[in-house]
Design a protein around this ligand. Sequence first.
Ligand code: AMP
Ligand code: MG
Length: 325
Amino acid sequence: MQTRVLDRSELETAAELILAGQLVAFPTETVYGLGASVFHEEAIESIFRVKGRPSDNPLIVHVHSLEQVKEVAREIPPLFYQLAEAFWPGPLTCILKRNSSVPSLVSAGLDSVAVRMPSHKTALELILRAQVPLVGPSANLSGKPSPTSVEHVLEDFKGQIAAVVDGGESEFGIESTVISLLGGKPVILRPGSITQACLEKILGYSLEVEHAVTTGAVVSPGMKYRHYAPKCPIVLVDTMAQLLEQLRAQPQKGKRGSCMVLSHSALNLKSPGIQFHLLSAKTLYSLLRRSDAEGVQVLFVLCDQQMQADEALMNRLMKAASPVV
Ligand code: AMP
Ligand code: MG
């Protein structure tokens, strides 16, 4: 299959491909999503197959209006409308009760559904043209860093999907915040650019954060898997002293390009074998992909206090650095 790269003037074609059951990657303000109609079961199956996504990891449904939420969810609580008013369109995904018209495969058999309205104009226009909500898991092979550009999508899916719509580089570069509205009190299931503090400010009370796999049932299945990982090991260090100690101990010291160091602010260090890069939510995934492309053998991240305060970035770094589940 030839993967077409479409631009914003070709969204009608993209919508037609989707309605015919094809997969089309599209830009959002978080990362690129792999799009299919929420109601097309075969296309949903091919999303899991092409991504190599475990079948117990549910997909996020993207809508272009509040009206469209009713097509996929039922018994929508007032709390949802309060959050949507404050944060939609934008990087906030709400877990609601699933409408039976949504194939259970979309939600990996759960009775709930994850819904989000993206703010990216191209994403909104594509959903509008398709006239159906679109599932849009990150358009990367399962386990690999998420895509923040067309090139990243093609790296993983060239020849495997019908098309990708070019929307330039993703604005945030990190996935949406996921919040469950199923119980009385909302629970944050995945940190993202909309922070706990932003949500608490609107709600007026403090929130709980679900930490991956707890005892009993897994609340958000996707959180238990290793994610976002480059090929080489990642080592997180808290202080400059620890970083220097680690660098000194490197057996490949001096070998060109064998080591990459990421930090929040510029480091006054130079060493022939080591590349230094500035890290932010926006640059994280492209740097992880770059370390793969350049055959980096070990990646160090200096997680100073400022970086540790960034809950979304730290969540992704810890998952990327964690052992395979
Ligand atoms: P991705 O689309 O790759 O960014 O991953 C979607 C994330 O949303 C995963 O962490 C899923 O576990 C989570 N998610 C999707 N649907 C649900 C749901 N119905 N209940 C809980 N978490 C969900
Ligand atoms: Mg993903």
